[in-house]
Design a protein around this ligand. Structure first.
Ligand code: SAM
Length: 239
């Protein structure tokens, strides 16, 4: 093992449209010899990899399995296994990238990988390349500002249903809810309870084949929503 330690680049590849990737991200992906891509342990499909596929220059792709579980021990074990795999490459003196959908520091497995890697080896050099987030892309599709003047815009997770929405709807003028797919009906029910149904817009598969904007959320109730679904709520007027 040599003295040189490689650099890890955490690269945001944007929300789906392969043209919505930064020049900086592209240049790094073109030159690193290895690219780590997260995949769920249940399927081998990496959305981030699919986005960058046509930009790659022969780098070796190394899938990292991240289990879809809430079991804290299983999660910690998988972060550690994955971080050790990344560290092995860096300690061999090679640079590597970890690609992530949208922005790497917004609801991404990259955040966990980063913390674990730094705990294992504090000297390791990490450079994060921001990416265009899914909700920036959705706001652009809707031609609608996410926040104006003195307004606030809250970013919340729908992974546990409508509860977070209820919490923040008291104060936020605008709310972006990601991870809405599993509890979509519950979130719609909360919107109805809060009398916000007519202020909400759903954007699915933004920038990808099958992209859909739905302003009447009641039309989606009972439907199986794709993983890439979000809801934008504007209390002062619909998107
Ligand atoms: C784990 S989060 C990743 C967020 C990502 N890091 C970002 O910067 O937008 C996954 C959630 O992001 C949202 N998402 C990501 N890409 C999307 C897209 N192209 N269209 C709609 N929603 C998307 C969905 O709500 C999905 O459940």
């Amino acid at each position: 093992m040599g003295d040189k330690i490689g650099t890890l680049y955490g690269v945001g590849v944007g929300p789906g449209d392969p043209d919505l990737i930064t020049l900086k991200a592209l240049r790094i992906l073109e030159r690193v010899p290895r690219i780590f891509a997260a995949r769920s342990t249940q399927n081998s499909y990496s959305l981030a990899l699919n986005i960058v596929q046509r930009h790659l220059n022969g780098a070796e792709i190394i899938p990292l399995a991240f289990p879809m579980t809430k079991d804290a021990q299983i999660l910690r074990d998988s972060w550690e296994t994955n971080a050790r795999q990344v560290l092995e490459v860096l300690l061999a003196g090679e640079d590597a990238a970890f690609i992530t959908l949208g922005d790497p520091l917004t609801y991404s497995t990259y955040g966990y990988l980063l913390k674990t890697l730094k705990a294992l080896h504090p000297q390791v050099k990490v450079v994060t390349i921001p990416g265009i987030t899914s909700y920036n892309a959705a706001a652009a599709v809707l031609n609608t500002p996410l926040a104006e003047g003195e307004e606030s815009c809250y970013l919340v997770s729908g992974a546990m249903g409508g509860a977070k929405l209820k919490e923040v709807a008291q104060t936020a003028e605008n709310i972006v809810m990601l991870k809405t797919y599993r509890h979509f009906d519950d979130i719609c029910q909360t919107l109805e309870d809060l009398d916000l149904m007519d202020r909400a817009t759903c954007v699915r598969l933004c920038g990808l084949e099958g992209e859909m904007v739905e302003k009447d959320l009641s039309a989606l109730k009972g439907q199986k929503m794709p993983y890439l679904s979000m809801i934008i709520i504007k209390k002062n007027g619909k998107a």
